[in-house]
Design a protein around this ligand. Structure first.
Ligand SMILES: Cc1cc2nc3c(=O)[nH]c(=O)nc-3n(C[C@H](O)[C@H](O)[C@H](O)COP(=O)(O)OP(=O)(O)OC[C@H]3O[C@@H](n4cnc5c(N)ncnc54)[C@H](O)[C@@H]3O)c2cc1C
Ligand SMILES: NC(=O)c1ccc[n+]([C@@H]2O[C@H](COP(=O)([O-])OP(=O)(O)OC[C@H]3O[C@@H](n4cnc5c(N)ncnc54)[C@H](OP(=O)(O)O)[C@@H]3O)[C@@H](O)[C@H]2O)c1
Ligand SMILES: Cc1cc2nc3c(=O)[nH]c(=O)nc-3n(C[C@H](O)[C@H](O)[C@H](O)COP(=O)(O)O)c2cc1C
Length: 1146
């Protein structure tokens, strides 16, 4: 057989058939299934994993038996040994870890051990929430009689295993119905009540379905209502229920908890959606007064997940029209076929007139028409069978089989016109399994004997009203227990975390919201989330923040279906969907009634999400990482609740965030049917409420020794493993003629293994604020404790109205006020509008108060003030002298002082035990040159501290910025100004390698740029030395302010002077391209490189793809410092542009 004839997946080629069907081939490990319409033959191997029970036996086929004993779980006949449970549990846990791509992992083996121990000790075990969700979905996937299984992954699970009473069951069922009904856009969901075990007693919903119509037996034996429910109706009546005697009276719920007698609850009418049946043409049909309920919620089945049995687990999907058709037409049900046919004028005496077929068809048309015109989800049997065929084929491909009960799956009308009719299907039972069970009343003896004679616990109107009220008021509380909202964040400078915390505040009004850092999450759990919110910034040049990198890569791999991490580098910019595609996702996701039945099933089909991206429009790839996450989640078919929000740090970031947060909260409440139960206004208020109250804080003196380990404290605060280095020496690299300083900072690592690094890595440094600013600020405080006393701030916690106690504030470790303001808190970044609103409260002067209030609205006034003055905290207190500021406000509200990164400028081999940095000392005057001079926190700290000073730091590994392994691979290094920093480590590394290993030097070209040949030509001598050693093969310098020469930048040289050399090195010789420094420069260099490619014969579009490919192949490397060159020029022009074009948030 040649490659082209190879069977795809489980398909079998014609020539193979005879052999495969031949029973004599004893080694056959699969069975074949033929489709008689298409002649396609497929293999089923999944049945090999089936439970060893068979619906049929050797002598006869039981295929049409309604309730074969093997599908009934009857506690009276069952005695399961611990060994049986262990076997089922092991198989299930294996399935779970296999699906999570963690088969045989340590976690898997530990879990198996834990489960086995638990079964050994207690005869049972508890499923984790994720296992429960997986089990529920798999049980549905395994259900042979269900035609709608293509949706199996899109199932909302309500975990109510914790409840103990029927009142709570009732509450949960109300929630279930509300969520499932969704104003007609029906959603599949399941509610799990406690499993069967001795401790729990038995929980059962006695009703066969949550919503069903009563059947009243009349004296003449006839029935008003639904005959199938006569027995259940009688039980309700015996328990005191008085039905109205109508044809469509919704039965009450009979709920049993802890093996006690059941309690009865009326289903609140507002939770029962019903559809009146009309015909598109026969107006008279409406007068027949037919109707049906919208949510088919089976409530009497038992689900077995790995040996744990759930006898009470109501679940629902939506109707296929013919099901209702049968409910109304079957002779044992409403039996309306004949009256209907008569109305149609058909001759009902003669069957061969096919009057039954005609009448049933028109009724089915009416049902579909009525549901559709009321926007209530329903499927016709053709669409349903076609989607099943798709599912069947998917399952054979993915799983090697799909159990199915042909007798049930073929629709009751027009069977042979549907594709399923022609398909051979095996029926077998897989665990997790749905079982039938005996009617609850047959297993239960009423303890309260009175109930039998009708003096029952009847729900009086008052009591009923109380329960209805309970249903709505407790719903929110109950939902909060059930629906989790997971807020993922990734951040570099802490803002995303701050926003994530605010988001948690608002979401906790209706959900159980928790915050998770992206790098602390196991991505394979994502499919079990219900509601995912993502708040993330973008870093580098469109890249994820460091703590978002693994998440992004894992999400990409998940989307590609890869088990192992792929070698393809994650690239936000290439992952972002074009705007049009994003918008269409959104439109699709919000179209009622189309989504829920959609066949497109991605792994995240059950996850609802929305993303907020933080970024700056000064960068070419604005919010690229947020968009990439948004695209990936959407591609995996998670449901987008709201279009991505974008927050531009140059324009109204906070405002945009608040706007998005309100909208996404409202959308989430809508989606989970909580809107009526949540006070949205109160919830929204939590977005602007600042939680600071001076009386809630106090200081306690602490032993001075508590402040000993500042590096350790910083590490805890920032969740980083920090070390410390000592300053060896500092050298100014600019000449005496220059007014600026760029310093070479040499640090001693004390051989700390935590500070091992490779050329290309960064050093993160936690700096100290300028002492003058700290002292100035302390001198302005109202209630400053002695500035060097070590204190612990305490917060007053109110557990409930009566209980109050003071707890140590977890934000800051015990330290002096001076240390807090020097080491831990950011006192130079202009405060957020929220902090300004607190300051407004503290201002004594009305004018100042008003001005601060205006600024705190975060409008253009705030933006202008912020970007013109860039005021630090001391300057604010000078601008608003009437502010009476307390120390606790600063300590509780100021953001943390963040680390600064430096591209390491030395090779660990060339300078063992040392780390060198090339630091441009930042100082600038505000207000366009007329304001005070500001000094950069970290660069001026490094420029000020004496030799021997300890510096708290850590290594940030930059795996994407590495020298190629093969030294003969050409490298082009482009870095103007301090952008030269990492390249010094490169050439030092090559010098070391050349001397120690006698390696051949390849092409290493350095393209540097600076202002003036006599001022800031950094490392000129070192570069000349490296050239002499043959390590640097070429060097070029662009001077931008050299007298009598035109202004030249690195990109000009690239494009105009060395274009052929670049093309040859990079394209012909597969070289690596490196750019380091300012983001605008990097974008300009990128453009120049494209033009080099085009000049050398490449089409423009191809040049884009070429660079994209270079990036994913790790041949185009960028090390971006941010907006460092012409900072105020760039930010001012972007802000002007944003305003002019009114780029509105959202
Ligand atoms: C991955 C990476 C690597 C880096 N490597 C290096 C390196 O090797 N060498 C190096 O010197 N730097 C490097 N940086 C930059 C470095 O991290 C710091 O941003 C820089 O040293 C300034 O920090 P600072 O604390 O001194 O200044 P800050 O106190 O942080 O002040 C800088 C801020 O002041 C404002 N500002 C600056 N200039 C102006 C102006 N003219 N007008 C108005 N506002 C202005 C801007 O908001 C700016 O963000 C790197 C950055 C990154 C992200
Ligand atoms: N986070 C920060 O804000 C931060 C961080 C580090 C440094 N800085 C600031 O950056 C400046 C010093 O940095 P530096 O020594 O690295 O660089 P620099 O000396 O200011 O600039 C290096 C060279 O790059 C040129 N240049 C400017 N814009 C360019 C562009 N778009 N493309 C290519 N080249 C361009 C400059 O030309 P021109 O003659 O046109 O300037 C100069 O020749 C200082 O002002 C420092 O305060 C700020
Ligand atoms: C070095 C650096 C690179 C950045 N790169 C981008 C970028 O490519 N795109 C973007 O939209 N924003 C970029 N930003 C802006 C940040 O995303 C923005 O400051 C954000 O508010 C930071 O949020 P965080 O504190 O949660 O990290 C960059 C900022 C820095 C300092």
């Amino acid at each position: 057989m040649d490659g082209s004839q190879k069977p795809r997946n489980n398909e079998i080629l014609p020539g193979e058939r005879a052999e495969l069907r031949n029973p004599s081939s004893s080694k056959q490990r699969f069975e074949t299934l033929k489709n008689w319409e298409t002649d396609k033959v497929q293999r089923d191997t999944l049945h090999l994993k089936a439970c060893p029970v068979n619906v049929c036996d050797r002598a006869k086929c039981n295929g049409s038996v309604m309730n074969p004993s093997q599908m009934i779980s009857d506690p009276r006949n069952e005695s399961r040994s611990p060994e049986d449970i262990v076997q089922l549990a092991t198989d299930f846990i294996d399935q779970y870890y296999e699906s999570a791509k963690r088969f045989k992992s340590e976690a898997h083996l530990n879990r198996l051990h834990e489960v086995k121990q638990s079964i050994k000790g207690q005869g049972t075990f508890t499923l984790t929430e994720h296992e429960l969700i997986f089990g529920a979905k798999t049980a549905w996937r395994n259900a042979p009689r269900c035609i709608g299984r293509i949706q199996w992954n899109k199932l909302q699970v309500f975990d109510c295993r914790h409840i103990t009473s029927t009142a709570e069951m009732f509450e949960a069922i109300c929630t279930h119905l509300k969520y499932a009904t969704n104003k007609g856009n029906i959603r599949s969901c399941i509610t799990f009540f406690p499993p069967r075990n001795e401790a729990n007693g038995e929980f059962r919903v006695w009703n066969p379905q949550l919503i069903r119509y009563a059947g009243y037996r009349q004296l003449d034996g006839s029935v008003i209502g639904d005959p199938v429910n006569v027995e259940f109706t009688q039980i309700c009546e015996r328990l005191g229920w008085v039905g109205k005697g109508g044809r469509f009276d919704v039965l009450p719920l009979l709920l049993q908890a802890n093996s006690k007698d059941p309690d009865m609850y009326e289903v609140p009418t507002n939770l029962v959606l019903e559809v009146d049946i009309k015909h598109p043409k026969f107006d008279w049909l409406e007068k027949m007064g037919l109707k049906w309920y919208a949510v088919p919620a089976v409530s009497n089945m038992l689900i077995d997940i790995g040996g744990i049995q759930f006898p009470a687990c109501p679940f629902n999907g939506w109707f296929m029209g013919t099901e209702i058709g049968r409910d109304l037409c079957d002779t044992t049900r409403y039996n309306i076929l004949e009256p209907l046919a008569k109305q149609m004028g058909l001759h009902t005496k003669n069957n061969s007139s096919l009057w039954k077929d005609k009448a049933v068809l028109e009724l089915n048309i009416s049902i579909l028409h009525s549901f559709q015109s009321n926007n209530v989800t329903i499927m016709d049997h053709h669409a349903a069978t076609e989607s099943f065929m798709k599912h069947f084929s998917n399952e054979l491909r993915l799983r090697g089989g799909c159990p199915g009960d042909w007798v049930w799956l073929v629709p009751p009308v027009s069977g042979s016109t549907t594709p399923i009719f022609h398909q051979e299907i095996f029926n077998y039972i897989l665990n997790p399994t749905c079982y039938y069970q005996p009617d609850a009343w047959k297993l239960h003896t009423l303890k309260n004997r009175d109930q039998k004679v009708g003096k029952t616990k009847k729900i009086h109107f008052k009591e009923l009203a109380r329960f209805v009220l309970l249903a709505s008021t407790m719903m929110t509380k109950a939902m909060a227990k059930r629906v989790k909202a997971t807020i993922f964040y990734a951040t570099e400078t802490g803002k995303s975390l701050t926003y994530a915390k605010i988001l948690r505040e608002i979401f906790n009004h209706a959900f159980d919201a928790k915050i998770v850092a992206m790098d602390e999450y196991d991505i394979w759990l994502l499919e079990y989330e219900s509601l995912v919110l993502v708040v993330t910034s973008t870093f580098g040049n469109g890249d994820p923040p460091e703590n978002g990198e693994t998440f992004a890569q894992a999400l990409q791999d998940m989307g590609n279906g890869d088990n192992e991490s792929s070698s393809k580098k994650f690239d936000s910019v290439n992952t972002v969907a074009p705007l049009q595609k994003r918008v269409s996702f959104h439109a699709k996701n919000t179209t009622a009634n189309q989504d829920n039945t959609s066949e497109e099933q991605g792994i995240l089909a059950n996850v609802k999400f929305s993303v907020f991206g933080l970024g700056s429009r000064a960068y070419p790839n604005f919010c690229a990482f947020g968009h990439a996450i948004d695209t990936m989640l959407g591609d995996m078919k998670a449901e987008r609740l709201l279009e991505i929000g974008e927050g531009d740090e140059l324009s109204g970031q906070e405002d945009s965030f608040r706007h998005w947060a309100q909208n996404v909260f409202s959308a989430a409440c809508d989606s989970f049917c909580l809107k009526e139960d949540v006070n949205i206004e109160i919830a929204n208020a939590s977005l602007s409420n600042t939680t600071y109250h001076p009386s809630n804080y106090r200081f306690k003196s602490v032993d001075i020794a508590a402040e000993e380990n500042i590096t350790g404290d910083l590490g805890k605060m920032h969740k980083k493993h920090l070390s410390s280095c000592r300053l060896i020496e500092r050298i100014n690299l600019q000449s005496a003629e220059s007014k600026r300083s760029t310093i070479l900072v040499k640090l001693d690592t004390n051989d700390s293994p935590l500070l091992d690094f490779e050329p290309g890595d960064h050093l993160g440094i936690y700096p100290c604020n300028q002492p003058e600013l700290v002292d100035g600020l302390i001198s302005k405080l109202e209630d400053a404790p002695a500035k060097d006393d070590v204190i612990q701030m305490e917060t007053l916690k109110r557990k409930n109205t009566h209980l109050e106690n003071w707890e140590a504030d977890v934000r800051l470790p015990p330290c002096s006020l001076r240390t807090a303001l020097t080491r831990f808190l950011d006192i130079t970044t202009p405060p957020t509008p929220q902090i300004l609103s607190l300051l407004a409260e503290c201002a004594q002067d009305e004018n100042e108060k008003t001005k601060l209030k205006v600024l705190s609205e975060g409008s253009f006034a705030y933006e202008d003030w912020k970007f013109q003055s860039f005021p630090n905290f001391l300057e604010i207190l000078e601008e608003f002298p009437s502010i009476k500021l307390s120390s606790s406000l600063l300590l509780s509200q100021l953001p943390f002082l963040q680390c600064r990164y430096y591209s390491i400028s030395s090779s660990p081999n060339y300078h063992p035990g040392q780390i060198h940095c090339t630091v441009s000392v930042v100082s600038y005057t505000t207000k366009g040159g007329s304001g005070p001079v500001h000094h950069g926190v970290c660069s001026s700290y490094l420029n000020r501290i004496p030799a021997g000073e300890k510096i708290s730091c850590f290594i940030r590994h930059a795996s994407g910025f590495r020298l190629p392994k093969d030294p003969s691979t050409p490298c082009l290094l482009i870095g103007p100004g301090t952008g030269i920093a990492p390249f010094r480590s490169f050439w030092q590394q090559r010098i070391y390698e050349t001397s120690s290993e006698a390696k051949v030097n390849g092409t290493m070209a350095l393209l540097f740029g600076c202002r003036h040949p006599l001022h800031d030509h950094l490392y000129k001598k070192e570069v000349e030395e490296a050239k002499k050693l043959g390590v640097i093969s070429h060097s070029y310098t662009a001077f931008s302010r050299s007298p009598h020469t035109p202004k030249t930048y690195v990109q000009h040289i690239l494009e105009n002077e060395i274009s052929d050399f670049v093309f040859d090195s990079i394209h012909n010789r597969n070289g690596h391209f490196y750019v380091c420094g300012d983001v605008t420069m990097a974008a300009d260099v990128n453009r120049a490189f494209k033009s080099v490619l085009v000049k050398n014969g490449m089409m423009k579009e191809d040049s884009d793809n070429y660079i994209r490919k270079m990036k994913s192949d790790n041949r185009y490397h960028e090390d971006i410092f941010g907006v460092t060159l012409r900072t105020s020029e760039v930010t001012d022009s972007v802000r002007k542009h944003v305003r002019k074009n009114s780029i509105k948030p959202l």
